[in-house]
Write a protein that binds this ligand. Structure first.
Ligand code: GDG
Length: 494
């Protein structure tokens, strides 16, 4: 039997959270789709996970991490000093790349020292990979914090298969060009054997950038993917929409605890319909637009007063960044204005929670919602939309999803797709959603559940891994100078 190669996952954060708030070191598994998808893959191959533990170097924590995953997998922390975190993470990754790649203005002029820190941290990650990886290992790097990691590995002589998955949108060439280091980043991305995107739009933006900024680049179709050949490198570029762990959400949603809590939540409705939103605090999620739409809906439809309410959960995120604290104030003053304008002694239109809620509570809210609102101005995928469908084991409830979220491409058979910049359009979609008959809701929800179940997170990981495996041959041939053979293969695949 052929032994499957060891998987090395590389992501900005390790799949655990270090908690020292009670004096002792407590290592808690991180939640979230990425961890639940990749941990089984990593464990199955007795692999390793490399990432920043979220703290500065501490020998005791380093020691605790050394044994954490044994014997299934190992954790390898990349400790970063505070200044580097501030420049690489807050500055370059979240202050420049995050807004630009979501088609928004960066909050600051790119600072060359942030770029330098970004390069240095990518090198640091690559050094840890090199220290632990064998030639036959498969290396899978994640997200926009680590776009240069593959190139750093190649520069240090690595010939392992290295893939990269981009979780957030990839911008159009005109926006990408605003980055002073756009060409450098693009060439670095093309050092990966496989580059994966969430949607066709992201892939085609990336290919358009490659054509514009690297004139000598050649593109060859290879099945559903595209081979991008530039100089000595060949990269397979494809779309791999991320999924969720459908079965575990379905199961949790049916659990007694969640059922009980759902009954409590729906019982507190007083016959009003519940609209629901849950987002990390972020200006890309369209939270203000959603509340403005509710304002308009209530202004124009007096008969809906006391008949609908919005439960909006905002999960604290990047609170030390000025743009985020400003957004929080804007949301809170808008919520209070809308509530002040319409509330009565027996009804408040918006129930606003600024906190993280438990997984069970989240499931109960998904199950209680009549209308789920996903109004992102731009979003790589948006897992909330998919989780809502998986949680709706009763096949009821309506989903409103932004056309600028990757999820819209997959869920448009059942969802009401809106333009989040069109507040009147969101308001109309809510009316349509509220008017759907139980049979319509069921038809739409069943269609979406089928899609979400079929494209679950394990399929996602498998399909990316498969692309990485089949990409090996060309890289090996290329590195031995047989570029013609690669071209012949690509042509044959057409
Ligand atoms: C990036 C891309 C892409 C949220 N609040 C609570 C909570 N959550 C969980 C949700 C969901 C996750 O957080 C949010 O995922 P999203 O996909 O919506 O958003 P990002 O964090 O921006 O993720 C995005 C994703 O990467 C994956 O590729 O889809 O486009 O931006 O899982 O359930 N979980 C709990 N309590 C909360 O209060 N327990």
């Amino acid at each position: 039997m052929i032994k499957s190669p060891r998987m090395i996952v590389v992501s900005n954060r390790l799949p655990i959270t270090v908690d020292t708030s009670y004096g002792d070191i407590e290592l808690k598994p991180s939640s979230g789709g990425l961890v639940s998808a990749l941990l089984p893959v990593c464990k199955r191959s007795r692999g390793s996970w490399i990432g920043w533990p979220g703290i500065e170097f501490d020998p005791e924590i380093a020691e605790a991490l050394r044994f954490e995953g044994c014997p299934d997998y190992s954790l390898h922390p990349v400790f970063l000093p505070q200044q580097q975190v501030s420049d690489y993470y807050d500055g370059f990754s979240n202050g420049i790349i995050w807004p630009l790649f979501h088609d928004m203005e960066a909050s600051a002029v790119p600072d060359p020292s942030w770029w330098q820190a970004y390069r240095d941290v990518n090198q640091k990650f690559a050094s840890v990979v090199l220290r632990i990886a064998d030639r036959d290992d498969v290396i899978w790097v994640h997200d926009y914090h680590l776009m240069l990691c593959g190139a750093a590995l190649r520069k240090k002589g690595s010939t392992s298969r290295v893939g990269y998955f981009h979780h957030i949108p990839f911008p159009s060439a005109d926006i990408f060009q605003k980055l002073p280091w756009c060409e450098h980043i693009l060439k670095a991305l093309l050092q990966y054997d496989v580059v994966g995107f969430q949607s066709e739009r992201d892939k085609s933006n990336f290919l358009a950038c490659a054509r514009r900024f690297i004139p000598e680049v050649r593109l060859q179709r290879a099945g559903n993917c595209m081979m991008v050949i530039s100089g000595e490198s060949v990269s397979t570029v494809g779309v791999f929409p991320i999924g969720i762990d459908f079965d575990s959400i379905d199961e949790l949603s049916r659990s007694e605890k969640v059922q009980l809590r759902t009954t409590q939540v729906t019982g507190s409705h007083n016959d009003s319909k519940m609209l629901f939103g849950v987002d990390r605090l972020d200006y890309t999620k369209g939270i203000l637009e959603r509340i403005r739409a509710l304002d308009l809906l209530l202004e124009e439809n007096l008969e809906l007063h006391e008949k609908i309410r919005l439960v909006q959960v905002v999960v604290p995120s990047r609170e030390n960044v000025e743009r985020y604290s400003r957004l929080r104030s804007e949301i809170e003053s808008l919520v209070s204005r809308v509530n002040g304008k319409y509330a009565t002694a027996t009804w408040t239109p918006i129930k606003y929670l600024y906190k993280s809620i438990s997984r069970n509570e989240l499931m109960a809210l998904y199950r209680s919602a009549d209308v789920m609102l996903v109004t992102s101005l731009r979003d790589g995928m948006n897992l909330v939309a998919k989780e809502f469908c998986a949680a709706r084991v009763d096949t009821q409830g309506a989903l409103i999803v932004s056309e600028f979220a990757g999820a819209a491409a997959e869920l448009r058979t059942g969802a009401l797709v809106i333009n989040p910049y069109n507040v009147a359009g969101i308001s109309r979609a809510v009316q349509t959603a509220l008017s759907l008959s139980p049979a319509d809701q069921q038809r739409r929800m069943q269609a979406m559940r089928r899609v979400v179940q079929a494209g679950n997170v394990f399929r996602w990981a498998e399909s990316f891994e498969a692309a990485l495996h089949s990409s090996m041959q060309p890289m090996v041939m290329l590195r031995s100078g047989r570029t013609d053979a690669v071209m012949a293969r690509a042509t044959a695949a057409n």
